[in-house]
Design a protein around this ligand. Structure first.
Ligand code: NAD
Length: 498
């Protein structure tokens, strides 16, 4: 069986006989397809040492030369897109059109990183005092790290290291151990594009590897994306150890369906946003809050009809709408939360608990599920389900809908479907959520804006990718300069210069 290892100094590390391993599944067949070596302390330290050694020369490489490698990288990603999407499909289960979409979003972050020479230009003021000039510049931090989740195995690493590297840092990536192959393939392409050895290193592993990255004083910053309990742990530990950290966590994204919404459009939009990628997206719309029973009844009727056409199946058939969930345990968790909603008094209108996928009977599939009459006291409402499940909550007013969203512990994304501009404006102004859509179900910011939630969906200040990532991966230095001309010397001044 193939064992996936690490990429340190642009070399695949030899397999060690005594290291721990974990299975990698093909979620569509339910079978183990490979195994991954889980890095021990020594391996992670080797990767950090490689990054540290590469740092001085890389930091002093002119920004346009660093950007030139990103231009080439973008080209190689486009040329190899099919191959990468196939690897995502095999280990994640995503259908090829969805995997290609994920990769495209990652490529756009590489495109943005190509602007680095422009983005890194500092600020300069001449003559802040007599013959005194002042400027701020944005310096690299040193060795930085990224720890990424399973659900966007190719894209989320690209949120992080293209910008980190182009800003002059060197990087250690720790991808999800559940599906590491696409992240490794992408990292290899960056080396093919001309990246010097040691600037980007990839270690596979679990908590043991992450803890080394969090403890090591050579690592200056940690960018994390994953579930909220782990995000909180990463943020707290990194901060305690004096590191800069941004830790993006889980979500429960609500869509408000106003009585004046174009219901056919809302249903179409919700279908993709709730069930696409099996609901395993941090921006998945998992709760529809219908304002008034008339809107709720129309939503349930049209949605349950539209759901009959949805196809769940293996990634190999691009006619399928979505694939399996990531593991058997996760499949059981999703089904368990549907059971609990039913036991708590909600009505399962479309039941995906026992889907039949011919030829893939052992796959980790859950069919599209629609649940009506969900209330805020239910555990299935409070938790992130991360499966193809849309819950409908009925409320009497927009105020009540907004209060519910503001009271939820997560604040990643949200959306309103309405024809009323005033209502939409009030909503976007007052909702306590980081990314807001108005008749746009998945308001994922484009690469030249930044991505991040509020409340317990993000620990830290700066969001991921876009302009915030330039600030996250650099530190400001402000320099004040005077060159006294010969013969002109000032006396000591004991008051603060005004
Ligand atoms: P996860 O938290 O289980 O794992 C994420 C990373 O943390 C992995 O690399 C994993 O190896 C590591 N990790 C896991 N347990 C750890 C521990 N105890 N100590 C240290 N490191 C540990 O998340 P996941 O299941 O891979 O991904 C799904 C979650 O990620 C969902 O909650 C989803 O909402 C969230 N997510 C959030 C965003 C966002 O931008 N906010 C984007 C994608 C996914």
């Amino acid at each position: 069986m193939k064992t996936v290892s690490h990429l340190i100094n642009n070399k695949n590390t030899p397999l060690s006989t005594d290291s721990r391993t974990a299975p990698i599944y093909n979620p569509a067949t339910g079978q183990i397809s490979k195994q991954v070596e889980l890095a021990c302390k020594a391996t992670v330290e080797e990767a950090i040492a490689a990054a540290e050694e590469a740092y001085p020369a890389w930091r002093n490489t002119p920004p346009q030369k660093r950007a030139a490698i990103m231009f080439k990288f973008k080209e190689l990603l486009q040329q190899n897109a099919d191959r990468i999407a196939e690897a995502v499909g095999e280990e994640h289960g995503k259908i090829s059109h969805d995997a290609m979409g994920e990769l495209q979003r990652g490529i756009e972050c590489v495109e943005y990183a190509c602007y680095a020479p422009e983005l890194l230009k500092g600020e300069h003021t001449k003559n802040v005092g007599p013959s005194i000039d002042c400027w701020s510049e944005f310096q690299a931090l040193g060795v930085v790290t990224g720890i990424t989740p399973f659900n966007f195995p190719a894209m989320v690493p690209l949120w992080m290291y293209p910008m980190a590297i182009v800003c002059g840092n060197t990087f250690v990536l720790k991808p999800s151990e559940r599906n590491p192959t696409s992240a490794l393939m992408v990292a290899e392409l960056l080396h093919e594009a001309g990246l010097p050895e040691g600037v980007l290193n990839v270690v596979n592993g679990d908590k043991e590897a992450v803890d080394v990255l969090l403890q090591d004083t050579r690592v200056k910053a940690v960018s994390f994306v994953g579930s909220t309990p782990i995000a909180e742990y990463i943020y707290t530990t990194a901060n305690t150890n004096g590191k800069r950290c941004q830790a993006l966590g889980g979500a429960k994204n609500h869509a408000i369906i106003m009585p004046d919404a174009d219901m056919d459009n809302a249903v179409n939009q919700l279908l993709g946003a709730a069930f696409g990628s099996s609901g395993e997206r941090c921006m998945a719309l998992s709760v529809a809050v219908a304002v008034g029973d008339q809107a709720a009844d129309a939503l349930i009727e049209k949605m349950s009809k539209a759901m009959q056409a949805l196809k769940v199946g293996a990634y190999t058939n691009s006619d399928n709408d979505f694939g399996p969930v990531i593991t058997r345990e996760h499949q059981q968790k999703v089904v368990g939360l549907i059971d609990s909603a039913e036991q708590d008094g909600a009505k399962v209108v479309v039941d995906g608990r026992k889907p039949s996928v011919t030829g893939y009977e052992d796959g980790f599939f859950v069919g599209a599920t629609l649940i009506d009459n969900v209330t805020t006291e239910m555990v299935s409402y409070q938790q992130e389900i991360f499966g193809p499940v849309l819950q409908v909550v009925r409320v009497d007013s927009m105020k009540e809908a907004m209060q519910m969203i503001n009271d939820h512990e997560y604040g990643n994304g949200t959306c309103i479907f309405t024809r009323d501009g005033e209502a939409a404006r009030y909503f976007s102004d007052n909702i306590q959520v980081g990314m807001v859509g108005i008749n746009v179900p998945l308001p994922v910011p484009v690469a030249y804006h930044s991505f991040g939630g509020w409340k317990r969906s993000l620990f830290g200040d700066l969001h991921a990718y876009g302009p915030d990532s330039v600030r996250f991966f650099t530190k400001r230095k402000t320099i004040t300069q005077r060159w006294p001309s010969s013969g002109v010397r000032e006396n000591a001044d004991f008051s603060f210069p005004a």
